[in-house]
Design a protein around this ligand. Structure first.
Ligand SMILES: [Zn+2]
Length: 300
């Protein structure tokens, strides 16, 4: 077994106690500068991550990772959640420069063809916070829905990685309010602002291009809500819609899945197997790229 270098172990220190035998890293936003609504890492930092990871691991495609991970060590998988446009604009060129494969976990609501809204609530939250500022958005949401009680211990546990200012609204929308109420309140706010989902997500043509160039696409639910908040039949219908739409758009092939919010229960795991996903990742299986520190000197 090849032991990952100390350098990588140091970099991973924020996320893990030791470098894992096989590494899965997850990214969300990659962009030159953060906004009030969106925190990501810069393309330069992402490139430094790839250099570092590649020095200790073999970066392989998703399906290959799943086939080899039980028997081998020293494998790494690069994953992106949510198919946000940043990833195509800023991460894909870096992947190409390094000639490294990745998997893009795309929720399917942005690609719905039934005339329904294309925003996933969580990403509309990011986009509105970017537009209005976090405080103003929270003020508008509370004006619509009131100020419901919230389990602060659970909130802090789930959103430990998030700055305190953002935790309450995120937790309210994803875990306290019924999904429909959360979605409607943000959509109501957006009616006067008019943010367009097609500006936020990678287009289906560009997702197809990523797949054609050797990257994989993977399941990430339809509505991008935590499956653990849904009834078994709601879980089934969401996963069925997601699986069907991805197959229609991008063909029928072996795919992995990342549970939205990384959360699953026994029903979710059973459904993922039933729909043929060859593997489904939780949050615990993956290292958040936000937590990989690169020493300043290495960034140049
Ligand atoms: Zn996600």
């Amino acid at each position: 077994m090849s032991r990952p270098g100390n350098y990588l172990a140091d970099a991973l220190a924020g996320a893990l106690t030791q470098a894992p035998a096989n590494l899965v890293v997850t990214y969300h936003y990659i962009r030159p500068a953060n906004s009030d609504g969106v925190t990501g890492i810069t393309p330069e930092r992402f490139a430094a991550h790839l250099r570092l990871i590649r020095s200790s691991y073999e970066i392989v495609p998703a399906e290959e990772f799943c086939l080899r991970r039980e028997q081998e060590t020293g494998l790494a998988l690069i994953t992106f959640d949510d198919a946000v446009r940043d990833q195509f604009d800023y991460a894909a060129p870096v992947l190409e420069a390094f000639n490294v494969p990745a998997v893009f976990y795309a929720p399917m609501r942005p690609y719905a063809d039934d005339g329904s809204d294309h925003w996933c609530t969580q990403h509309l939250l990011h986009a509105l916070a970017q537009e209005l500022g976090w405080r103003e958005l929270e003020r508008r949401v509370v004006r619509l829905i009131g100020d419901p009680a919230c389990d602060e211990a659970e909130m802090n546990r789930i959103y430990h990685y998030e700055v305190p200012m953002k935790r309450r609204l995120k937790y309210l929308l994803a875990f306290t309010l019924p999904a429909g109420v959360a979605a409607e309140s943000l959509r109501a706010i957006n009616t006067t602002i008019g943010l367009d989902a097609s500006d936020w997500y990678i287009s289906s043509d560009d997702l197809g291009a990523l797949q054609a160039s050797g990257h994989a696409l993977g399941g990430h639910g339809f509505d991008h809500v935590p499956y653990t908040t849904l009834t078994p039949s709601q879980q089934e219908s969401d996963m069925r819609r997601a699986h069907r739409r991805m197959t229609e758009l991008f063909g029928d092939r072996p795919r992995t899945m990342a549970y939205p919010f990384g959360r699953a229960d026994e029903t979710t795991r059973r459904l993922a197997r039933q729909f043929g996903y060859i593997h489904a990742f939780t949050t615990d299986d993956r290292v958040d790229g936000m937590n990989i520190d690169i020493p300043q000197g290495v960034l140049a």
